[in-house]
Design a binder for this molecule. Structure first.
Ligand code: GLC
Length: 691
């Protein structure tokens, strides 16, 4: 071969080999763990620590979290909380990260997409009232489609804190008082956000929060101490997180609360022993907003540096908005107070998720639309399915085309969006009045029926929104008094982010429809149900106390030493006004006795009315004698079915002893004990089974 050809060939081979020398971490065909190791090996300590730091970018309107200013664009950080609806701003920041930094590591854009991004869906507590987790999976998918088009690929959702204190404003953000119900919604939301492949640019990584026990906040105040025994931790607060991890959730956000003396942000037992060593979390833990620095306020750290050491060594991988990792990690390393191998492991966890999300291949926002007809229809459907009919004395569904429509919520566009309404736009809300106008109702002062729409402001629930009393303002209740005085049948529509004390409202109402905070399609959803187009089927995911004096009150309490009237309040009933699982329908459902055959329980439910309806059967198990006392009963399964007028449906509960008859001890070790168990279908009589 002529020398010239040899030279040309060697130049070509060199060029080819040069091309093959592209770093492994940039090779999309390489295994993710290889890409992580290759990239990690190229990083400086500073670059590694910045991957463990999250900052804020784009305007912020959350009154509780006003970001410190972080000067120039944080283009080399691990993540930003991206609060702007401006997609181009996100593109510009990401372009700088990818094109203007030494290694081109994309930023992970996170945001609080709690119940929608632009199309607002019912608040999570409302979604739980539908007892249809499948709907929430669809909602999460719809939210991810919008958020990913807005540049967001990581949501700080689902919030799965079991909550039993309506004074706590954040009860609105979760799925109520029951660990099993919250667990079903936890897995549904994770699967909805993530689909089956996180590398799909329309998905979002989920984040289970607030880990753990935040819902036990003392007296319903926020950011406070929580007295949680290890037994209660395993019985009540951990299960929804385990369900979300098992569903593939890659991230967890630590909570603000102090767990019986060891704050969640620096709790090695929960963050590392449980979450990583036992449950195998394959992603990472992010703190809540400045939660690391707040260890100083909680009396657990002397200063920011001390806090960084305590949180990091407990297993907290990424520091949200504190900047204390960026500020102190190098010194802590030099002083031997943190280990390089732990820093590398934390960075591996962050990089691993970025590779799984496909950010190195698709760093920029996907194309997508907002407020599509499908998303709006889903929002409307989910809202109607979440409404709970608390009372109906023959006035619903409306049989008149002439009503009086009043109350502050009748024309409201904002309060019905609830807390954490992301980029929901008030003007895009369809009001109740607009919906009734469209129905062709005549809104006349002399009409026989008054529809009075009252409720909470959206700011009265959510973060830092605790209330010592849970009654609505008197001027709202006066509207009901006026309607009653005018001799009208009164339909009370209540919008709220929490259970309320309805003692004054109930007697003034011929019907009560609890709509929670239903989102963008509030109006059409209310019209659907009040006109009877949709038969209400929601049930309460949380007990409604008679008054705050009963709190905490929830159905799955442990049995008292003395029963009957012994030990009960002398001044008011000890029962809630409306219990967990309560909800009426326009239909009438009658239950057969529960039949138990071995480990199979069944009940037949008959719709004895002339209106098709949907009924949810709640299956409870009681374990009356156990080596650790058990709650009086525990929800272990539920099923919702459509039952046409005059027909019956059989509901079956296949009991799995390991799943349904066992319980954890104070270190999470599962116990399954022989004995007699009771089975109950909703409020039916109990039947017994031997195991
Ligand atoms: C807040 C909330 C948390 C939220 C985070 C980011 O303080 O506690 O739920 O995800 O900050 O906005």
């Amino acid at each position: 071969m002529k020398p010239g050809y040899i030279l040309l060939l060697s130049v070509l081979l060199a060029a080819v080999s040069c091309k093959e020398a592209a770093p492994v971490y940039k090779d999309a065909s390489a295994p993710i763990d290889k890409r992580v190791e290759d990239l990690l090996g190229r990083m400086t300590l500073e670059e590694k620590v910045l991957q463990l730091s999250q900052y804020h970018y784009g305007g912020r309107d959350n009154k509780n979290n006003i970001p410190d200013s972080f000067g120039e664009d944080p283009k080399t950080v691990g993540s930003v909380i991206y609060s702007s609806p401006d997609k181009e701003l996100a593109v510009e920041l990401q372009r700088k990260a990818v094109e203007e930094t030494r290694l081109g590591i994309p930023i992970l854009f996170g945001y609080d997409v709690i119940h929608g991004f632009r199309t607002m869906f019912p608040i999570p507590l409302a979604q739980a009232a539908s007892f249809e987790p499948e709907l929430s999976r669809e909602i999460a998918t719809a939210a991810a489609m919008e958020a990913s088009a807005g540049g967001v690929r990581w949501t700080f959702s689902p919030m799965v804190d079991v909550a039993r204190d309506p004074r706590w404003g954040r009860i609105a953000e979760g799925y109520g008082e029951d660990p099993y119900l919250a667990s079903r919604y936890s897995e549904a939301a994770v699967k909805g956000y993530q689909w089956d492949d996180l590398s799909n640019p329309r998905t979002m990584a989920a984040c289970l929060k607030h880990y753990v026990g935040y819902g036990a906040s003392e007296a319903g105040r926020d950011y406070v101490y929580t007295e949680i025994s290890r037994q209660t931790l395993w019985d009540t607060y951990l299960p929804p997180f385990k369900a979300g991890i098992d569903a593939g959730c890659p991230t967890v956000m630590s909570a603000f609360n102090d767990i019986s003396g060891v704050p969640a942000t620096a709790n090695h037992y929960t963050l590392t022993e449980i979450l990583k060593d036992r449950w195998g979390l394959d992603g990472f833990v992010v703190s809540d907003w400045q939660g690391v620095k707040q260890l100083v306020n909680q009396g657990f750290a002397a200063d920011g540096k001390d806090a960084a050491e305590l949180a990091f060594n407990a297993g907290l991988d990424m520091d949200m908005m504190d900047n204390v990792y960026a500020e102190h990690m190098e010194e802590l390393l030099k002083e031997g107070r943190v280990k390089m191998k732990d820093i590398d492991n934390a960075v591996r966890r962050v990089l691993g998720l970025k590779f799984r999300l496909g950010l190195f291949e698709n760093p920029y926002p996907a194309e997508g639309e907002f407020l599509t007809p499908e998303a709006l229809e889903l929002s409307r459907k989910a809202a109607t399915r979440s409404f709970v009919l608390l009372k109906n004395q023959g006035v619903l569904p409306l049989r008149t085309a002439e009503i009086v429509l009043s109350g502050p919520i009748a024309d409201d566009r904002h309060q019905v969006l609830g807390s954490w309404h992301a980029h929901g736009v008030d003007s895009e809300t369809v009001t109740i009045r607009e919906a009734f106008d469209k129905e062709g109702f005549r809104l006349a002062a002399g009409a026989p029926v008054a529809v009075v729409c009252i409720g909470e402001k959206s700011a009265w629930s959510g973060e830092s929104a605790s209330r010592a009393d849970i009654v609505l303002p008197q001027e709202q209740i006066d509207l009901l008094r006026a309607a009653k005085k005018a001799g009208k049948k009164t339909v009370t529509v209540i919008s709220a982010g929490r259970p309320l004390d309805l003692r004054e409202i109930e007697p003034l109402s011929d019907a009560i429809l609890y709509i929670w905070q239903p989102g963008t399609m509030a109006g059409p959803a209310v019209a659907d149900v009040l006109t009877g187009r949709v038969n209400p089927s929601g049930k309460l995911p949380v007990s409604f106390p008679l008054s705050v004096g009963q709190i905490p009150i929830h159905y799955n309490r442990r049995n008292p030493a003395r029963g009957g009237q012994m030990g009960r309040y002398q001044d008011i009933s000890s029962e809630p006004m409306y219990p967990f699982g309560y909800g009426l329908s326009y239909s009438n459902f009658e239950y057969s006795p529960v039949q138990v055959d071995g480990l199979r329980a069944k009940v037949t439910v008959t719709n004895t009315s002339d209106v098709d309806g949907d009924e949810t059967v709640l299956w409870y198990i009681s374990d009356p004698v156990a080596s650790i006392t058990r709650p009086c009963k525990e929800l272990k399964f539920f099923e919702k079915k459509h039952i046409p007028a005059g027909q019956s449906e059989e509901f079956v509960f296949e009991i799995d002893p390991a799943r349904d008859l066992s319980f954890p001890d104070q270190d999470g070790k599962i116990r399954l004990e022989r004995g007699e168990f009771a089975v109950q279908a909703s409020s039916s009589e109990t039947e017994y089974l031997q195991y």
